[in-house]
Write a protein that binds this ligand. Sequence first.
Ligand SMILES: Cc1ncc(COP(=O)(O)O)c(C=O)c1O
Length: 497
Amino acid sequence: MINAMNSHQLLKTIQDSFIGRDTIYPLVDGSSGPRRYLDSAASTLMMQPAFEVAKEFLTHYASTHSELHYAAKGASQAYQWAHQRVLAFVGADTNIYSAYFTGSGATAGFNRIAAELSEKRPERDVVLVSEMEHHSNDLPHRKHSGETVHLPLMGEGPSYGGLDLEVVTEFVRKYGERINYLAITGASNVTGAITPIHELAQLAHSVGAYLVIDASQMIAHAPISMQDKSLDDADIDILVFSGHKIYAPGSPGVVIAKSSLLADMPPAELGGGMVDDVYLDKFIPSSVLPDREEAGTPNIVGAITLGAVLDILLRIGMDKIREKEIRLIDLAWEKLSAIDEVNLYGPAPDVLPRTGTISFNIQGFDHGLTAATLNDYHNIQVRNGCFCAHPYVREMLKPELWALDIDPDAPNSEADVERKRGMVRASLGIYTTEADILALVDAIKDLVARKEEILSLYVPEGSNGYRHREFTPAASAIFNPQRALEHALNPPIKCVA
Ligand SMILES: Cc1ncc(COP(=O)(O)O)c(C=O)c1O
């Protein structure tokens, strides 16, 4: 059935398939209704057909690393299939690249890569990162490299963002062969600003540096290829992303790297599965990739779910998904920029290509208040704060914070300052519709119109949050694992007529 669909029909079917897209939640006015999930940059929802593949695999579940009973053989082959799906998704030539899965998302991948690359080339003591990196693609390099240099971005104030290749060129010339690698995000998790990754690869290679791309925010939104045959020497050396950002919650992080690069790096993690032999006084790491990089029993179910998602997305075509998202970004930007009380951040989409991640504030509302009221009054789920990209967020907020006499860079600020040092982020997924965007716009207009009422009804909580004085449904009333467990153990008796 699905095979007979064209990519447009498949996109529509898949959009409607997500688990939890329409979950019903209570609202302040006593009503309840389906949520609108605009928090995909943090984590995406689960794609049902991929989940079904994983569920079927569970009926054959066994661990990998054995070929001698049916289930173990099946698991080993399915796990290999997941690696192949990853490589195919980013157009990686399997003669050149290997993929391996890491523990906890992209963060595990960056920590591994930072440790391994610094050990591989200690004489190259500099790493270049950009000022818009997520902490996961910044702090591991600070820990392992001699010096981590932050590349400034384009523009200034609220529209700060995006890499200027001329500026990168200057820094590459300045640090030259001291640079071990550049570690740069493919798209910002705050503003969606997209990086020209292959041009960056050329610049890195001009001084013998590697290019490490953080694809966490790009992978689900735009086509990515490890190689760009139209440019010389523009291959990406290493690409890292999290499976939970691409419709496979619970799946592992992914590293795709040139096999030649991995082959002569000592594996960062040791244990079962990655060695050929172990003696009391020595061990011999496997030379087989990805085994060498995957110590321990892998997250087979998560990897298979992710493999299935990537296969489906390839069938739809990432270019189609990008086209659809661009329409929604343009709509959102146009409507939100027409509201006087809304401040939008990052370069406008007609200035720099962006993914569907839009950060904003409503004047007179702390970021936590906006997020809480969008949830409580309008069933719209967004994220707020600094999104683990503190330097970037604070740079964009500087003019606003100075106007309030707040030092954006003051460490350990008071809670009432922290409540102002942040933004609200609405982020899209493949399931996001025009109706979701219009609902967000209407909701913001409603909040603006009811500002005084809202301010009187909410009290601040902690450094990031706000709580309605009377409407405070407990999280356990929404989902309670113990209750779900009792329900699973005592399913309602089915009446047979
Ligand atoms: C751009 C970017 N890089 C890295 C990460 C870290 O991903 P994870 O928490 O899955 O390791 C995130 C997560 O938000 C991100 O947005």
